[in-house]
Design a protein around this ligand. Structure first.
Ligand code: RP5
Length: 165
């Protein structure tokens, strides 16, 4: 019997994947996976931050909402930010009040665009100026696009524009 020349055999490393296998792989892809992550430091931030979700939904952009505090759950925030790109997210909107570290902490752990929303809370000083400065005054190398105080609407609109750029 003639020996097959290994040079003539298909290279299993580079051989084209059969169409049926590709169809299965694509069927398993979640086409509705969220493109924007909306995170906030406290449940009390939800009424303000839901405005970003509303703007995105009106434009057919799927998002997810998570509560995680930079100060109370720093490891959870770091893991979320590190995994965001791999999970299909393309923009992160982060809202927080008081010493608002969340947007900066997220930006420190991802190369995705981060939009910070300074929020007022029951113990804010100067109408949310504390959070505004905490987010706008991040050091060079940690970029966060800052919108106005409690203006999650603009954060949603900006995220939509970034996705469309
Ligand atoms: C921040 O402290 C939160 O983002 C919120 O805006 C503020 C107050 O939080 P709670 O005391 O309502 O949980 O971390």
């Amino acid at each position: 019997m003639t020996e097959l020349d290994p040079e003539l055999l298909p290279d299993t490393e580079t051989a084209p994947v059969p169409l049926e296998d590709l169809a299965v792989a694509f069927a398993e892809l979640d086409v509705d996976a969220p493109r924007v992550g909306i995170v906030m430091g406290s449940k009390s931030d939800l009424p303000a931050m839901e405005k970003a979700e509303k703007e995105l939904a009106e434009r057919g952009i799927s998002s997810e909402i998570r509560v995680m505090s930079a100060h109370r759950d720093p490891d959870i925030v770091a893991e979320y930010a590190k995994n965001a790109r791999m999970r299909g997210l393309r923009v992160i909107i982060a809202g927080a009040g008081l010493a608002a570290a969340l947007p900066g902490l997220v930006a420190a752990h991802t190369d995705l665009p981060v939009i910070g929303v300074p929020l007022t809370s029951s113990t804010s000083i100067a109408g949310g100026l504390d959070a505004l400065l905490s987010i706008a005054q991040l050091p060079p190398g940690v970029p966060v696009a800052t919108v106005g105080v409690d203006n999650a609407t603009n954060a949603g609109l900006l995220a939509a524009r970034i996705l469309a750029a």
